[in-house]
Design a protein around this ligand. Sequence first.
Ligand code: NAG
Ligand code: NAG
Length: 388
Amino acid sequence: MISGGYYTWKKCDDKCADVCGQQASPTLLSMSSVRCFLQGLDLRSIFFLFLVIPSGVFFIYSHGQKITYFLRPLWQSPPKPFIPITHYYNENVSMPALCKLHGWGVREFPRRVYDAVLFSNEVDMLTIRWKELYPYITQFVLLESNSTFTALPKPLNFDINRDKFKFVEPRLTYGKIGGRFRRGENPFIEEAYQRLALDQLLQVAGIEDDDLLIMSDVDEIPSRHTIDLLRWCDDIPPVLHLQLRNYLYSFEFEHRDLSWRASVHRYKRGTTKYAHYRQSDYLLSDSGWHCSFCFRRISDFIFKMKAYSHTDRVRFSHFLKPKRIQDIICKGADLYDMLPEEYTFRDIIGRMGPIPHSFSAVHLPWYLLENADKYKYLLPGNCVRERS
Ligand SMILES: *[C@@H]1O[C@H](CO)[C@@H](O)[C@H](O)[C@H]1NC(C)=O
Ligand SMILES: *[C@@H]1O[C@H](CO)[C@@H](O)[C@H](O)[C@H]1NC(C)=O
């Protein structure tokens, strides 16, 4: 290789001598001297130096997270599986019959139900949620902070939009909390701090033992009939996770993986703590909807990507470019360009790539369908978002 290179270098010297030696115009000179240099290296070395090494380094730099995710089956074993509870429902089956199908008794009167959420800026989702649950909720409990989990200041969006929620006003317990604004701290600490404050707000709202408490994010919406079933039936598990249909960007893209973080608790003073992690082995099937990143405006996507606890996933500033975000929403692809969080190679490979489009809007929250013109962006075929 060295002798070859030397040879071609020599050959070039001879052949290009007059070109290289001439006092031509400066651009011509530099162009030709570059050509002379390149001709001197052999093709394979050039390829290696200028293509293979840089692209290898770039690939590892830009896909490091993907590589670790892909190797997850090697470093992490799957969590203990849930015990699924078959969920029976049809609007024409009576409550005693439904409770009996689940192996539960029916009560003489229903339990009281509390719905408690931490609010950020999801005004539309909150409206759809509260309209869905309204008939069966004793108190809606909402807490908002002037800080995101990542310590960025944010407006009190509920307060600003409070007139849109007059329909719950008599049943509303609203709380505000000041952020601690510790820059560089793990966002999960601010999140835990806000959840603790929500526990206190629930006391203020008057929750008592054996009342039902729904713990979920605003975008995790239990279906109305699920909550009705749980408030009427006796002997339900003290803590029960809800399996929700999992959507991304709108009800057009349904993930195959299940959403399980939402839970319903029979409240026990001193024991029940507001949390968003796994607290029970029981999982009630098909209990509602989880619509992540279901925002009206591109700017809401950008805010969420910055405010969300997993900000480490925004690895490059171009991830926040509006055009990129819009293209990804219409494709059903991943905003963070990540691999699915799965525990076997078969599942990872099987779930790579965008989510297929769905053309079903059957069994969606009623308020969404009744006001389809207002919430068009949440329905199939309307992926283009407002820019502002
Ligand atoms: C089914 O339920 C609807 C509404 O609850 C009621 O109007 C209808 O009469 C019921 N039909 C039967 C066959 O029970
Ligand atoms: C956040 O709220 C707290 C308590 O109301 C207040 O003291 C603080 O100044 C607020 N911070 C910002 C950045 O708005």
